[in-house]
Design a protein around this ligand. Structure first.
Ligand code: 5GP
Ligand code: MN
Length: 346
C-alpha cells in the first residue's frame, strides 16, 4: 500500500527495532540513503541494524558509519518491527528479504517500483532516494549532524552525476546547499567517489577496445562474455564513456560476472530505457536503467540489441514520415524549404 511521507515518518517513529537495507551492487545513493536514515534513526533513539547483501566498495569509507553496514549471516533470521528497503524494489535486496522477519517499509524514487512492500513511499520526481531521506529529516526535527549531511550529500550528488543530469532540480540544489551549510566539503566527497584502483582504469581501457556502434551510430555498447570478464575488469564507470559518444542516444554495457547471468546497464538522452529494462524483468529511470538476463552470451546480446533497435525505431519512422511529407509537398530536395512545410510552421 502506498503511503505519504508523513505516514512513512510515523511508521519509522512507531518502530523500536529497525533493519535498514538497500540494493545489491550498491551505488552512492544506496549507501548514502542507508547511512543517512541510519544516523537519523539513531538520533531518534532507535535500535537499528544496517544489513546489505553485498560488499561495500572502499570509496565509501569516507562516510562516517560505513563500518556499521553488515552482510546478513547465512542461515540467520533477524526479528525487527520494521525492515526499511531503500532505493530499490524488494527483488534487489538479495538474502535480506528472507532473512528479516518484519513489516516492510519501502522508500524509493524508481518509477518502475512494483509496490510489493507492506508500505511504499515512492516519489519518482526525486533525483535520489537520499532527497527523500532529506525530506524525512526536515520533518523529523533531528539535528543535521555532519555524518548525516555527508551521507545524504553523497546520495544526491552521485545520482545526479554531481548536479549535471536532467533530474537535478531546484530542490536538489537547495537541499545540497543546506548540507554544505552543515559542513560537508564537496571536494572530499567527489574525490572519494572518483578514486579508482589502477586495475579499474586499466580495465576501462581494455573494455573500451570492444565498443561497437550500431543503428546508424545511435546505439553504442560493450558486450563482455564470462570468458572476457576473466581478463577484463569492467567497472560501472564504463557506461559513462559510451554515453558521451557523439550521436549516441542509447548506450549499454552487458557483462557476465557469473556464468549464464548477464548484468545490463543502459543510459539514454531521452528515450525511455526503463521500458527496455522492464521487458527483461529489470527497471530504473527513463534515462538510466538496468536488468539481468539469464541467457547465454549470443542470445542475450542479440535480444538486447533487438530491444534497443525497437526503442530507436519509432524515431526512424519520424524521419521517413517527414521525407514522405516533403515529397507530398513537392519538395524533392530536402535541403530546399518547401512552401507547404514553411506554411505549417508559421
Ligand atoms: P546501473 O546501470 O547504474 O546499475 O542502474 C541504472 C538504474 O537502473 C539505477 O537507478 C538502478 O537502480 C536501476 N537498475 C539497475 N539494475 C536494475 C534491475 O535489475 N532491476 C531494477 N528494477 N532496476 C535496476
Ligand atoms: Mn537512487
Amino acid at each position: 500500500m502506498t503511503i505519504t511521507l508523513e505516514e512513512a515518518l510515523a511508521e519509522l517513529r512507531k518502530a523500536r527495532k529497525l533493519v535498514l537495507t538497500a540494493h545489491q551492487n550498491p551505488d552512492g545513493d544506496a549507501i548514502g540513503s542507508l547511512l543517512g536514515l541510519g544516523h537519523m534513526l539513531q538520533a531518534l533513539g532507535k535500535d537499528i541494524l544496517l544489513l546489505l547483501d553485498d560488499d561495500v566498495p572502499t570509496r565509501y569509507d569516507v562516510l562516517p558509519g560505513h563500518e556499521l553496514i553488515q552482510k546478513p549471516e547465512e542461515g540467520k533470521t533477524y526479528q525487527a518491527d520494521l525492515l526499511v528497503v531503500l532505493d530499490a524494489s524488494l527483488d534487489r535486496i538479495g538474502a535480506v528479504r528472507d532473512a528479516v522477519q518484519a513489516t516492510i517499509l519501502n522508500i524509493d524514487h524508481h518509477p518502475t517500483n512494483g509496490g510489493a512492500a507492506d508500505f511504499l513511499y515512492l516519489d519518482g520526481h526525486r533525483a535520489a532516494t537520499a532527497e527523500i531521506i532529506y525530506q524525512l529529516w526536515e520533518l523529523s526535527g533531528v539535528e543535521l549532524t555532519l555524518p548525516l549531511a555527508m551521507a545524504l550529500y553523497t546520495g544526491i550528488a552521485t545520482d545526479t552525476g554531481f548536479f549535471k543530469f536532467s533530474n537535478t532540480s531546484p530542490f536538489t540544489m537547495r537541499s545540497a546547499a543546506r548540507l554544505l551549510e552543515a559542513g560537508v566539503e564537496p571536494n572530499i566527497i567527489s574525490e572519494a567517489m572518483e578514486i579508482r584502483p589502477y586495475s579499474h582504469v586499466k580495465g576501462l581501457a581494455d573494455a573500451l577496445q570492444h565498443v561497437e556502434l550500431w543503428h546508424e551510430g545511435r546505439a553504442a555498447g560493450v558486450f563482455l562474455s564470462y570468458e572476457q570478464m576473466q581478463e577484463i575488469e569492467a567497472t560501472d564507470s564504463l557506461i559513462d564513456m559510451l554515453r558521451v559518444i557523439e550521436g549516441v542516444e542509447i548506450a549499454t554495457v552487458l557483462k557476465y560476472k557469473e556464468e549464464g547471468k548477464a548484468r545490463v546497464s543502459m543510459r539514454s538522452n531521452g528515450i525511455d530505457v526503463s521500458a527496455i529494462a522492464t521487458k527483461f524483468g529489470g527497471g530504473g529511470h527513463k534515462r538510466a536503467a538496468g536488468c539481468g538476463i539469464e541467457k547465454p552470451y549470443d542470445e542475450a546480446r542479440q535480444e538486447l540489441k533487438a530491444a534497443i533497435d525497437a526503442a530507436l525505431a519509432p524515431t526512424d519512422k519520424v524521419d521517413e514520415a517527414q521525407a514522405a511529407l516533403r515529397e507530398a509537398a513537392g519538395a524533392g530536395d530536402p535541403t530546399q524549404p518547401s512552401a507547404a512545410i514553411g506554411a505549417a510552421a508559421q
